[in-house]
Design a protein around this ligand. Structure first.
Ligand code: PCA
Length: 332
């Protein structure tokens, strides 16, 4: 009996020791992060660099594993999953949240911010409101990065606004769908990763997206022309669960925030560079890249004005105020 007692005590003592050892190690946090975008995307590359920076700066106290291409959670489930705490961090296309508040789609309005500098100023002016809305759900934005300006991919040169009539155009969000409708086209919302299937199954004839996505999705397999219309520069946002953040010690929190700041600066730089590289790659692969002619420009302007009026009719005072703040900053 005694013997048995000793022999059962021994393993439990060992277990205790192991548990103590583990509890020191358990302070090292292992986070998961989900993004809908694939490894070819500069956003994903930036996120992976961010994860590496965090691991380096914290000596492995916080490691973040980036699951790309919607492999862990689908795009629509990323924010709910971070909110529930199933995952710690996520990246989404900010404007997919437009049904929650019009401020989230302020970066998909033509004529508001048509350059990287202006798009960044728009982010700075709208960040407090966006941060507050995220905080209401227990979420904390870390950084946001713009895609290159959006343009139009077609299977023939786009020369006449009549070509939009009935054209089936792929869009990444609701506002782009409205814009396509205003032009007379027939929009379909499709995830970036589903673009090849949408074209190969004949669901769409054209798409609105950036040079980067056109390049990453090998647009030349489906279309021949890219009209670089500089419509708007929409953003991705990377965010975490406040609860996950609160679970980190002060030094780790600081290291995380410092890495996030660097990721934001690097991401905007990568976006500019990727735009140039992607425009070149599109052309090397046989896509004709051109600017819209006068008739197309006019049609885009008209459809854009309509889109903006529609946004204004939905936007509350806070959103309008944020837009005014941006305009004041931009014009100074
Ligand atoms: N690429 C993503 C979002 C905007 C962009 O340029 C997409 O088209 O889905």
């Amino acid at each position: 009996m005694r013997k048995t007692l000793t022999s059962t005590l021994l393993p439990s003592t060992l277990l205790l020791a192991t548990a103590c050892g583990l509890s020191a190690a358990a302070q090292a946090a292992e986070w998961t992060m989900a993004t809908p975008y694939g490894d070819a995307s500069f956003h994903t590359q930036n996120n992976k660099q961010f994860a590496e920076d965090v691991a380096d700066a914290t000596d492995g106290e916080l490691t973040i594993t980036v699951h790309s291409g919607g492999s862990l959670v689908s795009h629509g489930e990323i924010k709910p999953s971070v909110r529930r705490g199933t995952i710690d961090a996520g990246e989404i296309f900010l404007s997919v949240l437009s049904n929650e508040d019009p401020i989230f789609e302020v970066d998909t309005l033509p004529g508001v911010a048509g350059s990287y500098d202006d798009a960044y100023a728009l982010w700075e002016a709208t960040k407090p409101m966006i941060t507050e809305l995220f905080a209401e759900e227990g979420l904390m934005p870390l950084y946001a990065v713009a895609w290159p300006a959006q343009g139009i991919y077609t299977a023939e040169p786009l020369t006449d606004p009549e070509q939009f009539e009935g054209l089936r155009v792929r869009a990444p969000n609701i506002n782009t769908q409205r814009f396509i409708e205003n032009l007379g086209g027939s929009p379909t919302e499709t995830e970036e990763s589903d673009i090849p299937t949408a074209f190969s199954t004949g669901r769409v004839d054209a798409m609105i997206t950036s040079s980067s996505t056109g390049n990453a999705m090998a647009a030349w397999d489906y279309v021949s022309d890219y009209t670089d219309a500089n419509l708007w520069l929409p953003k991705n946002i990377v965010f975490i669960s406040q609860r996950s953040f609160d679970g980190l010690d002060d030094a780790t929190q600081e290291a995380l925030m410092a890495a996030a700041e660097r990721a934001e600066a690097r991401g905007w730089e990568m976006s500019r560079e990727d735009n140039q590289a992607s425009l070149a790659a599109l052309q090397e692969n046989g896509i004709t890249v051109s600017e819209p002619n006068e008739a197309i420009s006019e049609a885009l302007q008209e459809a854009g004005d309509e889109l903006f009026e529609d946004w204004q009719s939905r936007a509350d005072d806070d959103a309008e105020q944020a837009l005014d703040t941006y305009r004041e900053q931009r014009d100074n």
